[in-house]
Design a protein around this ligand. Structure first.
Ligand SMILES: *[C@@H]1O[C@H](CO)[C@@H](O)[C@H](O)[C@H]1NC(C)=O
Ligand SMILES: *[C@@H]1O[C@H](CO)[C@@H](O)[C@H](O)[C@H]1NC(C)=O
Ligand SMILES: *[C@@H]1O[C@H](CO)[C@@H](O)[C@H](O)[C@H]1NC(C)=O
Ligand SMILES: *[C@@H]1O[C@H](CO)[C@@H](O)[C@H](O)[C@H]1NC(C)=O
Ligand SMILES: *[C@@H]1O[C@H](CO)[C@@H](O)[C@H](O)[C@H]1NC(C)=O
Ligand SMILES: *[C@@H]1O[C@H](CO)[C@@H](O)[C@H](O)[C@H]1NC(C)=O
Ligand SMILES: *[C@@H]1O[C@H](CO)[C@@H](O)[C@H](O)[C@H]1NC(C)=O
Ligand SMILES: *[C@@H]1O[C@H](CO)[C@@H](O)[C@H](O)[C@H]1NC(C)=O
Ligand SMILES: *[C@@H]1O[C@H](CO)[C@@H](O)[C@H](O)[C@H]1NC(C)=O
Ligand SMILES: *[C@@H]1O[C@H](CO)[C@@H](O)[C@H](O)[C@H]1NC(C)=O
Ligand SMILES: *[C@@H]1O[C@H](CO)[C@@H](O)[C@H](O)[C@H]1NC(C)=O
Ligand SMILES: *[C@@H]1O[C@H](CO)[C@@H](O)[C@H](O)[C@H]1NC(C)=O
Length: 785
């Protein structure tokens, strides 16, 4: 047998290669290199040294090995493919058999673990690892037998991947299933994924595609992995952070993944990356497990079906093997119907005005709490059950998340009373500081309580398909031949219209859009996926005859600038008298806008930088709920365009210093712009107009001036909007206003890295983090380029 010398020789040769010349690592093995055993410590390297293949030890079992392919020099998960789930022991091998096929096993008998058919073919004698991570043997390739991961350039069409724990499956690169049959996610438009490029674009069937948050960075190490929690995520390896970062994921809301919690348990998410499972009242974890994750069972089995009672669980939804929908029924009919059905475990009642009632029969699965459901589950329990509902808040949330019925006063005719009031306020100021803080806490509690709900609410409304594609004729009809012009924005003119289904829309005809139609489509699809209470919803688009039109929901009250700077609007001949926004409303606007930007930056993985935050782009909906418009559109433009464009429009006052310098634009540019908006909300004056009217100095800089007022003179009142100063009550408003101004100071730091993230900004405004003293914002960048 020539086995031993060959092995020794190749081992020595290999050791020599590894120690002496890293870049001459073998990228293929031929027949004379087999058998290949775990104990030989041999590895194949792709010629570009990005991937390696060989036996890797199974973690926790030092004498067991899997034949795998992995990314070299990454931290975190590196294995991207394994020949089999079953490991081999030290006497196992990959061998080249006499019939010319590859064989993997503990010994030369038993099952062959090598996946697929490697056919006997005299020219297929080399096992080669390619630059893209594909291991090839004749016509066999590892890319055709993916495990839980897909690599760039790997054809995905028609393949399935399975999570490492075997619970979840991505079928035909379109559907996500739990337990092979329980569907919980479908690719947008049911368009199967085709291939992912190394710069972060995923092509789907029918010409559709989507891009990752780090799209455009070439040759980044990437992987699309079905994780053990059932979410499909695309990762890019960030060489600076030296870690995998998530750049796209299938579902925002982990609780929508089936099988996250066992039968009868209810999944709750906190809007972040984790979930928990809770047993509903009257239920306890299954005896044998003790964990709600495994499922729950009723504490007191129902002894007398007709006399059972119901516990109401707000915002909870279950799926059942059998469901019975009764339309147009009221709650008591629904309850009677469930009571009469011995298989009925409870019913879902929708508060949608139609009285939709769905009886849940047989089993309660995939329990899920989310304010987005707008419905309540009535769970059937024994008459003797005394437990109370722990899922409440249906009525409260509808009032607090945003629309609150408010009446705003019209601007006062005379502002002379202001000065007197200020004197009084200033004297009371110090004494009331403490009680003011207490009042503020009571006020804030409500907001903090529902913050997470609001977030979930925003996320929950994601549409199944993409945005609607309108024809030009449809939009022409809807807008009465583009007759009702309601605004001229930087991106184009906006017309009001009404669709055939009576939805009132704002139709924006975009100017100077770069890129072809597929790119436009891809971008618009992503913008349409952004759902948040404080973002204007995008309903559709049109890309006909060179036109680029986007269709938004119509937001009735117009933009924030009309309320903040009414007298400054000299250019407008149709000056309407707008009500004054009181402090509470201004605070809510600030918080809403901060949350929406934080959502864009953090929940949507930073890929939607707004890049043009200013009062004109903050629309006010019913009850002055703020809604950001134009987000994501800047992606359609180049950076140079943005700079020159903003200069022309005179919105330079909102642009972060890095726009003018040639630094990289990051999410922190939006933080800066938001800081300016915050200051303007408080002062009621445009940052670049106050200079002329108040102080005649060349290097006067609003943020710097405000900083001195807050931290040096400790006199926040000087900054306040003079039009509503008389309604400023330091007891009720001081902490709120103080927070807005101090947060603005942090946002306006000239160095991007000094500014907090938008998530932190929202927390600062909410009062959930302490605001320390920042550096004074400086003006250095405002040269005359
Ligand atoms: C296998 O490859 C080595 C070089 O790596 C070469 O010297 C040898 O001739 C090859 N054997 C066969 C059978 O192709
Ligand atoms: C392979 O590597 C392990 C650990 O690095 C070492 O203990 C073992 O002796 C090596 N085997 C051979 C055959 O060199
Ligand atoms: C190889 O042997 C190990 C234990 O020695 C066992 O766990 C493993 O399942 C075996 N694999 C095969 C393919 O038989
Ligand atoms: C590996 O497992 C096989 C059975 O699958 C067994 O016959 C063999 O002795 C094991 N070898 C070692 C080194 O454990
Ligand atoms: C590998 O296959 C050859 C025949 O092709 C056989 O002689 C040898 O014993 C096998 N080695 C192992 C470790 O399975
Ligand atoms: C993918 O294919 C493209 C074009 O064929 C090539 O430029 C790129 O380097 C490939 N990427 C990888 C990771 O193989
Ligand atoms: C053997 O494999 C090579 C490379 O995949 C292929 O070009 C050739 O047609 C195959 N020959 C036979 C007889 O299958
Ligand atoms: C898989 O997807 C492709 C492309 O969308 C489609 O043609 C094919 O019918 C699908 N197969 C199954 C089994 O769904
Ligand atoms: C979320 O969890 C997954 C799986 O545990 C992890 O890979 C990922 O890095 C986490 N973070 C984000 C932001 O998704
Ligand atoms: C429950 O509703 C179904 C469908 O409307 C109806 O057939 C059934 O008779 C109802 N049962 C009771 C007890 O109301
Ligand atoms: C409840 O869950 C089912 C299944 O996931 C879903 O089809 C239905 O739309 C949900 N109902 C509500 C009101 O969210
Ligand atoms: C449920 O609430 C009622 C009154 O709201 C209270 O008397 C009772 O003790 C509560 N039951 C439990 C189990 O907390």
């Amino acid at each position: 047998m020539s086995f031993f010398p060959t092995f020794l020789l190749s081992f020595l040769f290999f050791s020599f290669l590894v120690s002496a010349q890293q870049n001459r690592n073998p990228s293929f093995f031929n027949s004379s290199d087999f058998p290949w055993q775990p104990t030989q410590n041999r590895t194949l390297y792709s010629p570009n040294s990005v991937f390696a293949a060989g036996f890797s030890p199974v973690s926790g079992s030092p004498n067991l090995y899997r034949f795998s392919i992995w990314y070299l020099s990454v931290t975190g998960k590196s294995v991207v493919w394994s020949a089999s789930k079953t490991p081999v022991n030290r006497s196992g091998a990959v061998n080249f058999t006499s019939t010319g096929v590859l064989r993997l096993g503990n010994s030369s008998s038993g099952d062959n673990l090598w996946p697929g058919k490697t056919s006997g073919n005299s020219s297929a004698t080399r096992l080669v690892l390619h630059d893209n991570g594909n291991l090839v043997f004749g016509s066999w390739e590892s890319f055709k037998f993916p495990t839980d991961t897909i690599l760039p350039n790997q054809t995905i069409t028609g393949t399935d991947i399975v999570s490492e724990n075997g619970k979840f499956k991505f079928v035909n690169s379109t559907y996500l299933y739990f337990n092979n049959s329980d569907l919980y996610w479908t690719a947008s438009g049911t368009n199967a994924f085709k291939v992912m490029s190394s710069d972060g674009k995923v092509d789907q069937e029918n010409g559709a595609s989507f891009i990752t948050s780090d799209f455009g960075i070439e040759n980044r190490k990437r992987r699309l992995t079905l994780d053990d929690d059932g979410n499909l995520r695309l990762y890019g390896f960030d060489p600076d952070l030296r870690e995998w970062t998530v750049v796209w994921y299938a579902t925002h809301e982990l609780c929508t993944i089936h099988g996250t919690c066992g039968p009868s348990a209810i999944c709750t998410g906190d809007g972040s990356n984790s979930t928990s499972c809770i047993c509903p009242p009257g239920f306890s974890p299954l005896r044998n497990s003790g964990y709600a994750k495994e499922g729950c069972e009723i504490k007191t089995p129902i002894r007398d079906l007709p006399n059972s009672r119901f516990i109401r669980l707000d915002y909870v939804n279950y799926t059942s093997p059998k469901e019975l929908e009764l339309d147009g029924k009221n709650l008591s009919i629904c309850q009677a119907n469930c009571t009469a059905n011995r298989n009925c475990l409870g019913f879902l009642f929708k508060y949608d005005g139609k009285g939709t009632c769905i009886l849940k029969l047989g089993q309660l699965l995939n329990g899920y709490w989310s304010p987005g459901t707008e419905s309540a589950m009535f769970l059937r329990v024994d008459q003797s059950e005394t437990a109370n509902s722990t899922f409440k808040g249906m009525t409260e949330i509808l009032e607090t998340t945003c629309p609150i019925r408010i009446e705003l006063p019209l601007p006062p005719d005379d502002s002379n009373t202001t000065t007197r009031n200020i004197v009084i306020i200033c004297t009371l100021f110090a004494a009331e500081l403490i009680s003011g803080a207490l009042f503020f806490w009571a006020f804030l509690k409500k907001y903090i309580k529902y913050r997470d709900m609001a977030r979930t609410l925003g996320l929950e409304l994601l549409p199944a398909g993409g945005p609607k594609r309108f024809s030009y004729a449809e939009l022409k009809a809807a807008t009465g031949d583009f007759s009702n012009l309601i605004g001229k924005g930087g991106f184009g003119d906006v017309y009001k219209g009404e669709l055939a289904d009576h939805r009132v829309v704002a139709v924006k005809c975009l100017k100077n859009v770069a890129g072809g139609e597929p790119d436009f489509w891809a971008e618009v699809t992503i913008i349409a996926r952004m759902h948040h209470l404080n973002l204007v919803r995008l309903w559709g688009f049109c890309a006909e005859k060179g036109q680029r039109i986007v269709v938004y929901e119509y937001v009735p009250n117009g933009s924030l600038d009309k309320y903040l700077f009414p007298s400054g609007r000299v250019g407008s001949d149709r000056y309407e008298e707008k009500p004054m926004l009181d402090w509470g409303v201004r605070y809510r606007i600030a918080l809403g806008v901060a949350r929406a930007i934080a959502y864009l930056h953090e929940e949507c993985l930073e890929w939607v930088l707004h890049c043009d935050i200013k009062p004109e782009n903050i629309l006010l909906g019913d009850d002055f709920c703020p809604k950001i418009s134009d987000f994501g559109l800047s992606k359609l433009r180049k950076k140079e365009d943005m700079v020159s464009l903003s200069k022309i429009r005179g919105t330079r006052g909102y642009m972060a210093p890095e726009w003018v310098k040639s630094d990289m634009i990051t999410a922190k540019a939006d933080v800066y712009s938001f800081g300016m908006v915050l200051l303007e909300l408080v002062s009621g004056v445009r940052n670049n107009q106050m200079q002329g009217s108040m102080i005649e100095s060349e290097d006067w800089y609003f943020p710097g001036w405000a900083f001195d007022k807050v931290y040096k003179e400790v006199n926040v009142e000087d900054i306040l909007d003079r039009q509503i100063k008389q309604s400023y009550d330091s007891r009720a408003h001081f902490d709120m206003v103080n927070r807005m101004v101090k947060t603005a100071m942090w946002c306006l730091q000239s160095r991007p890295e000094m500014r907090p993230s938008m998530g932190k900004v929202a927390k600062m405004l909410e009062g959930t983090v302490e605001i320390t003293e920042p550096n004074k914002p400086t003006i250095f960048f405002l040269g005359d380029e």
